[in-house]
Design a protein around this ligand. Structure first.
Ligand SMILES: [Zn+2]
Ligand SMILES: [Zn+2]
Length: 133
């Protein structure tokens, strides 16, 4: 298993991922759009214990976006790193701050009914309106 390295925009937070990236998908929900300032967020499920801070954990802040989940980001530069869930060991990891190639491919588009009207999906990946597991 290859160790993946990543960092936030300002470089204050550095991390490594020591496990597999699963359920790699583009999330088109409005929460992701707002949090990332982008048409969608490419994310993967990662075991929380496989995500290790190398530097700058003290810079991490969280915004409780839903009752049971929190969006975690760098308080200096605003890079959105992952979503944490109160009742799960998994985190929803945003691929955008990786420095290494994870050698995985996006498998689907999710929450497509929530998609930004100004963005057209132009690939042939499956599209879903909700998460079916
Ligand atoms: Zn930062
Ligand atoms: Zn989303």
């Amino acid at each position: 298993m290859k160790i993946l390295k990543g960092s936030c925009f300002c470089g204050g937070i550095k991390y490594e991922i020591h496990g597999p990236l699963e359920e790699v998908l583009n999330c088109h929900c409005s929460d992701c759009r707002k949090a990332h300032g982008a048409a969608f967020r490419t994310r993967a499920s990662v075991n929380g214990s496989d995500f290790k801070f190398i530097e700058g954990e003290n810079l991490l802040k969280e915004y409780r976006s839903k009752v049971n989940e929190a969006r975690c980001f760098c308080s200096r530069c605003g890079s959105a790193l992952f979503t944490r869930f109160d009742h799960s060991e998994k985190i929803g990891f945003a691929l955008g701050t990786l420095d290494d190639d994870p050698e995985v491919a996006v498998g689907m588009h999710l929450f497509v009914s929530d998609k930004a009207p100004w963005y057209d999906i132009v690939d042939d990946l499956p599209q879903y309106d909700e998460f079916s597991g």
